[in-house]
Design a protein around this ligand. Structure first.
Ligand SMILES: C[S@@+](CC[C@H](N)C(=O)[O-])C[C@H]1O[C@@H](n2cnc3c(N)ncnc32)[C@H](O)[C@@H]1O
Length: 241
């Protein structure tokens, strides 16, 4: 659906918050310290912004989870290589990257097994001593913390909203659902869970897969006033192979 939107920023998954994507991208680039000889791979590259802003490196490769996203990116950025593949099975050469970014992606994994596969894929494609940014790993179940519905039933969604968010939100969703019946609006039911881990467990997992922790810190985003602030739940990690 994101790939078929008229707004390319939808690919970054931060609807209506393009300034946040710019901010997050600049934070990552600051840490990457890119050099002309770098081979940069961005796993789950969203709208390709980080790669677009990384001119001057030897090679830029982005992966996305679907062929639709990939086609859109290839069309708008022909000088960058894009591939459609999952983080658990990257269609990329072994020991090929000097800098790797995987931001806002592992939280979509549906099990620790999947995260482990993704971490070993990251290790496989990294050259020795490569710098690896793994960002936006929640330390708590954000869906539960923010009282978000997970499931595939419209009635379930309405009942959840009534119980957890009150009559006003419930009626708002009823209106949205009626509009969607006439093609005037869209309601997306989120039936997938979210991966989350305490920093201690995530670091141990990554180290078991051959990544050495350099540092980790609270992910930075914007607060309600639009000022940069620490994320409530998410952490960013920098590893070396
Ligand atoms: C929320 S966006 C993050 C985009 C970008 N990294 C950023 O921080 O702006 C999630 C990205 O992960 C990709 N993605 C989602 N599920 C994936 C999976 N299982 N394996 C690999 N990539 C996935 C999507 O195609 C999308 O590019």
């Amino acid at each position: 659906m994101r790939a078929h939107s008229s707004d390319p920023h939808k690919l970054a998954g931060r609807d209506g918050r393009e300034a946040v994507t710019d901010f997050v991208t600049s934070q990552i680039l600051e840490r990457l310290d890119l050099q002309p000889q770098d081979i940069l791979i961005d796993i789950g590259c969203g709208d390709g912004r980080l790669l677009k802003n990384s001119v001057g490196v030897a090679s830029r490769i982005g992966t996305v989870g679907s062929t639709d996203e990939c086609m859109l990116l290839k069309k708008s950025m022909p000088d960058i290589t894009f591939k459609a593949c999952l983080a658990t099975g990257l269609h990329l050469e072994t020991a090929s990257a000097t800098k790797i970014v995987c931001n806002g992606v592992l939280l979509y994994m549906q099990s620790t097994d999947e995260v482990e596969q993704a971490l070993s894929e990251i290790k496989r494609i990294a050259k020795p001593d490569a710098l690896i940014w793994v960002g936006e790993i929640p330390a708590a179940n954000e869906y539960a913390e923010y009282k978000m519905y997970i499931g595939d039933s419209v009635l379930g969604l309405l009942w959840f909203l009534l119980r957890n968010h009150g009559l006003r939100t419930f009626l708002g969703m009823c209106r949205k659902l009626i509009m969607s019946l006439f093609g005037q609006d869209q309601v997306v039911l989120n039936s997938a869970g979210i991966y989350w881990s305490s920093p201690q467990n995530f670091i141990a997992l990554a180290e078991r897969h051959g990544l050495r922790l350099e540092t980790y810190f609270k992910h930075r985003e914007f607060n309600a006033n639009g000022d940069p602030a620490d994320s409530k739940y998410r952490f960013d990690y920098i590893f070396r192979k």
